[in-house]
Write a protein that binds this ligand. Structure first.
Ligand code: G3H
Ligand code: 13P
Ligand code: ZN
Length: 345
């Protein structure tokens, strides 16, 4: 099966009330881990690469690894998504290099750290929608800013400042109407990375009610949760046990994500949990076998550890069991089906 536009996966998820994990990748083992999890659970797949991942891998490697995944697993629909595009040029280069879906994160200016004005966001996102839909490529936009680290797609906002940048539901309605995005990422108090919350989050810091209100106003818009790693305590513990340093921290509980899925969330971004699993597995090998120097002996266990996380999320979000039910569509076949869908399904 060729790579599919993300839109068809989101539509299927909405029609069947489930969510899709979108896992970040930077190398072959991570793609293999996701595909192994997808085969084990019969799950459709969203694989995403950030600007940093594209720089690290090079688009030619990335595209061909993704095409290998599609060739080896013809029964699994796979979308290849750009995570946190920072400009029209970045999104266009991703489309030219085989991505079937792009995120234009116009919540920040092109520097990836300065909160942008609403008008700038609408304008740049609309331009990306026009360019992408002309090729049948899906577009995710973002309104409101995540908190936490300044990582090239985060403003480095403190938890208190982040509360002032949550998505405004009324603005969300206007944003979707004016941009015609396929999916909308919302800010609800989450942040990228391992250090999201200092204790198990409650509704004052993880503001799920914002999602409920946006879903009430935009019942047909596919919503996206970023910064949605759950930061499992057992993964932190493995890293600590084998010599790593992880401070006390808490992520987004899976049950809160499931609540989001009941309220229109169709894409759930997970990167950190896989990074933690990989790091713990590699540290374990290095600690237990000090003479080991064959990369397969530590990258293999790392891949297995990531697969386990992916299986758990695919099952918890409800995408398991759906791969075989989705009729594959190519981007070229989506061109006529393109504009205005997010608000009008
Ligand atoms: O959006 C954040 C993802 O975890 C990607 O992070 O920019 O370090 O690749 P990255
Ligand atoms: P995490 O850091 O919580 O895994 O979030 C990843 C993300 O939102 C990628 O866009
Ligand atoms: Zn993100």
């Amino acid at each position: 099966m060729s790579l599919v536009p993300m839109r068809i996966l989101l539509d299927h998820a909405a029609e069947n009330d489930y969510g899709l994990a979108a896992f970040n990748v930077n190398n072959m083992e991570q793609i293999q881990a996701i595909m192994a999890a997808a085969v084990a659970t019969d799950s459709p797949v969203i694989i995403q690469a950030s600007r940093g991942a594209r720089e690290y891998t090079n688009d030619a490697y990335l595209r061909n690894l993704m095409l290998a995944a599609a060739e080896l697993h013809p029964n699994i629909p796979i979308a290849m998504h750009l995570d946190h595009g920072n400009s029209l040029a970045t999104c266009v280069s991703a489309i030219e290099n085989g991505f079937t879906s792009v995120m234009m994160d116009g919540s920040l200016e092109a520097d990836g750290k300065t909160p942008a004005s609403f008008d700038y966001n609408v304008d740049v996102t609309r331009k990306v929608v026009d360019a992408a839909h002309a090729k049948g490529v899906t577009v995710e936009g973002e309104l409101g800013c995540l908190g936490g680290i300044e990582d090239g797609h985060g403003a480095g906002l403190s938890a208190e400042e982040a509360m002032k940048h949550l998505t405004d539901p009324a603005q969300a309605e206007e944003f979707v109407a004016r941009t015609e995005v396929d999916a909308l990422a919302v800010a609800i108090g989450t942040s990228h990375g391992a250090y999201k919350f200092t204790k198990k989050p409650t509704g004052d810091v993880l503001v799920m009610s914002v999602i409920e209100e946006i879903h009430r106003r935009l019942p047909n818009t596919h919503l996206v949760m970023h910064g949605s790693s759950s930061v499992p305590q057992e993964l932190l513990e493995i890293i600590r046990q084998y010599g790593g340093e992880m401070k006390e921290t808490y992520g987004v509980p899976v049950e809160e994500i499931q609540r989001g899925i009941k309220n229109g969330v169709r894409k759930v971004n997970v990167d950190t949990d896989n990074r933690l699993a990989i790091t713990g597995a590699i540290r374990k090998v290095f600690a237990e076998k000090k003479g080991e120097f064959d990369p397969r002996k530590y990258l293999g266990p790392a891949r297995d550890a990531m697969k386990k996380v992916c299986v758990e999320r695919m099952v918890a979000f409800g995408q398991a069991g759906h791969a075989g039910k989705i009729k594959p569509v190519k981007c070229s076949e989506m061109v006529s089906h393109s504009s205005g869908l997010a608000g009008q399904r």
